[in-house]
Write a protein that binds this ligand. Structure first.
Ligand code: SAM
Ligand code: SF4
Length: 410
């Protein structure tokens, strides 16, 4: 061919990602049962019928992990999150066997954060102490509210007294604790939401996640919506919660997450910074970077089918490759949730593509005042935080991508 070659882009649409180093890796373990199903919940959680076969499930989780090992060979796991569902339904001995099995199969970082989600309705003091002895070093307690009427309206299995007892035990037994609170609840006014936040603060948890109630498709609340606070009240609650937590010394570091400085959830930060995660257990999601591609996996959702599929050596129901067209949106969907944003260089490190891949979208978001103009930083402006969905949608190409782990971390 005569003359210079066409300005061949090293990043033609079909180009594979290139990683100088693979992203940090976290492990998520899903426990899919609850005492009963809450009417607002769209997590992969199933009301427990009969006895929980804890040993059988832990064996399946470890077999699942073993099947996944070739995809993460030699990589260190920085954090473990045992979520649900209601993992605190499992006896402490089962969590001990699970964590011992994980440690025997993957290199766990020496100071790895190991979180377990607990429900005040399954609370026993000895069990919490047993979780800690098993190696859990962070407890995330689904308090939701300290008000009996709100808890009843949410269909929770526990009342306010149980919530207080579990909260007190959580902060006494664990150094690192999160409470989940839900706000803008049926029949809740501004004073009620503020009272719940004040009640939570009285226990001094290092981390608080505060979620406005959302009516998720396919839930009972979606079919039969309860009477909710109007939009103005919901907005006032949002402002008041943020002000109260900031005044109490918490940093509002992510849309729903507030932490004392240095107590941010490392496992969730890894999602928002577009790290890798292997998810084992029924319905668990994974994102795994390989030297030349990024793969998403979804495991079978129904507990019984999951157990059968593990036994057959094939727990993954769906595996897809993340395309270059989608990865920019997926990265921004997560990173923009962080109040401090992320360094611009992280885009290349975590996606394997240059930032130029999303140059047009970045320019538009900046021109609209939704993104900070600093070229070294990817961070929403105050306006961008207010209209976060619109900002994230600017990066969308093609059909919708899976939801970001975040918010209520579905
Ligand atoms: C998997 S659950 C946590 C552990 C445990 N299952 C429980 O509920 O106590 C994660 C959290 O998501 C929040 N959540 C679930 N569904 C929600 C919804 N529709 N709207 C807002 N927050 C929700 C709740 O605060 C809940 O604690
Ligand atoms: S909110 Fe928690 S306890 Fe209620 S059904 Fe969902 S996962 Fe289970």
């Amino acid at each position: 061919m005569n003359g210079p070659a066409p300005a061949a882009s090293a990043w033609a649409p079909s180009a594979a990602p290139r990683f100088a180093a693979l992203p940090p890796l976290a492990l998520y373990v899903h426990v899919p049962w609850c005492l009963r199903k809450c009417p607002y919940c769209d997590f992969n959680s199933h009301a427990l019928r009969g006895e929980l076969e804890a040993d059988r499930y832990v064996d399946a989780l470890l077999a699942d992990l073993e099947l996944a090992l070739p995809a993460i060979w030699g990589r260190r796991v920085g954090s473990v999150f045992i979520g649900g569902g209601t993992p605190s339904l499992l006896p402490a001995a089962a969590i001990d066997a699970l964590l011992a099995g994980v440690r025997a199969r993957v290199p766990l970082a020496p100071a790895a954060e190991v979180t377990l989600e607990a429900n005040p309705g399954t609370f026993e003091r000895e069990k919490f102490a047993g979780f800690r002895a098993a190696g859990v070093n962070r407890l995330s307690l689904g308090v939701q509210s300290f008000d009996d009427a709100r808890l009843a309206a949410l269909g929770r299995v526990h009342d306010a007294t149980e919530a207080r007892r579990a909260a007190a035990a959580a902060v006494a037994i664990f150094d690192n604790v999160n409470f989940d609170l839900m706000v803008a609840l049926p029949g809740q006014d501004l004073a009620g939401a503020c009272a719940d936040v004040a009640a939570a603060l009285a226990f001094g948890p290092p981390h608080l996640s505060v979620y406005p109630l959302t009516l998720e498709p396919k839930t009972l609340f979606h079919r039969h919506p309860p009477p909710l606070p109007d939009a103005d009240t919901a907005a006032d609650i949002d402002d008041a919660v943020r002000e109260a937590l900031t005044a109490a010394g918490y940093v509002h570091y992510e849309v729903s997450a507030h932490a004392r400085p240095g107590r941010e959830c490392r496992h969730n930060l890894n999602y928002w910074q577009f790290g890798d995660y292997l998810g084992i257990g029924a319905g668990a999601h994974s994102k795994l970077s390989l030297p030349d591609r990024v793969r998403r996996e979804l495991r079978y959702r129904q507990p019984r089918q999951y157990l059968e599929q593990v036994a057959a050596g094939a727990p993954v129901q769906q595996a897809t490759q993340v395309t270059r067209e989608d990865i920019g949106f997926e990265f921004m969907l997560n990173a923009l949730r962080l109040a401090a944003g992320v360094p611009a260089a992280l885009f290349g490190e975590r996606t394997g593509y240059p930032l130029a891949t999303i140059a047009r979208e970045l320019a538009e978001a900046t021109a609209r005042g939704l993104l900070e103009p600093d070229p070294a930083l990817l961070r929403a402006t105050p306006l961008g935080r207010r209209f976060l969905n619109d900002l994230q949608a600017l990066f969308l190409r093609g059909p919708p991508a899976p939801p970001a782990p975040g918010g209520a971390l579905r």
